[in-house]
Design a protein around this ligand. Structure first.
Ligand code: COD
Ligand code: ATP
Length: 199
């Protein structure tokens, strides 16, 4: 039986960094962010629904979704964020389950579901173990501003649209502290994987 692991964190906490380490170790990864981008490609059902609900102002001249524009709307308005979530999340979940099934059928020993909103969206029933990539809020803010070139207000709007990382700590089976170096985080990860007999 494959072990299904939920990998989560907060925006810019280091999930993709850890996910890349897992991929390099040859583990099967299902990436919710990547799927969320694919299901809103031009002409897909979620794309059509987004245009109907949010209007053509969220489109670029080439008619694809203008992500910064849509982000500016939904990260500052809970109701609009929930509307977008209700359009995109069911499609993401469907595709995630299909990808996970494929990995399991191909004999994967473990499958990692990389889901930023694992706890907010109450998706823990999909996984057997949960790993949280944790950083302190000041580090999160600093890394987010520097990675995306956001102002403090833009970065905070995104951070505050998620459950605080400190609350997620109580919900996760394992917490990887990513305040330190990437190598330190890798060591913590390797320890867990060997404990779970995955490597
Ligand atoms: C609003 C959008 C267009 C902004 O796109 P952008 O390219 O700037 O960000 P990206 O998709 O790479 O997401 C970056 C991070 O933002 C956070 N985030 C994204 N959507 C949400 C949301 N609805 N609520 C809280 N946090 C979110 C996550 O931590 C994610 O890892 C995009 O995030 C989106 O379509 N969001 C809705 C789908 C979603 O919830 N995706 C995340 C998990 S499935
Ligand atoms: N231990 C670390 N030390 C220094 N910088 C780091 C560390 N871990 C990650 N970073 C940097 O912090 C930023 C956020 O990391 P990453 O992209 O992995 O986060 P994420 O949780 O996947 O974010 P998102 O959910 O927004 O996609 C990146 O610029 C990354 O290079």
């Amino acid at each position: 039986m494959a072990l299904i692991i939920g990998l989560t964190g907060g925006i810019a906490s280091g999930k993709s960094t850890v996910s890349k380490m897992l991929e390099e170790l040859g583990l099967a990864i299902v990436d919710a962010d990547k799927i969320a981008h694919q299901v809103v490609e031009v002409g897909k059902p979620a794309y059509t629904e987004i245009v109907r609900v949010f209007g053509e102002k969220v489109l670029k001249p080439d008619l694809s979704i203008n992500r910064p524009e849509l982000g500016a709307i939904i990260f500052n308005d809970k109701q609009k964020r929930e509307m977008l979530n209700s359009i995109v999340h069911p499609e993401v979940r469907k595709e995630m389950l299909q990808q996970a099934d494929r990995f399991i059928k191909n004999g994967a020993k473990a499958v990692i579901l990389d889901i930023p909103l694992l706890f907010e969206s109450k998706l823990t029933h999909m996984v057997q173990k949960t790993i949280l990539v944790y950083v302190d809020e000041e580090v999160q803010l600093e890394r987010l501003m520097s990675r995306n070139g956001y102002t403090e207000a833009e970065a905070k709007a995104r951070i505050f649209s998620q459950m605080p990382l400190i609350e997620k700590k109580d919900l996760a089976d394992v917490v990887l502290d990513n305040n330190g170096s990437i190598n330190n985080t890798r060591e913590q990860l390797l320890l867990i994987l060997s404990k779970w007999d995955i490597l």
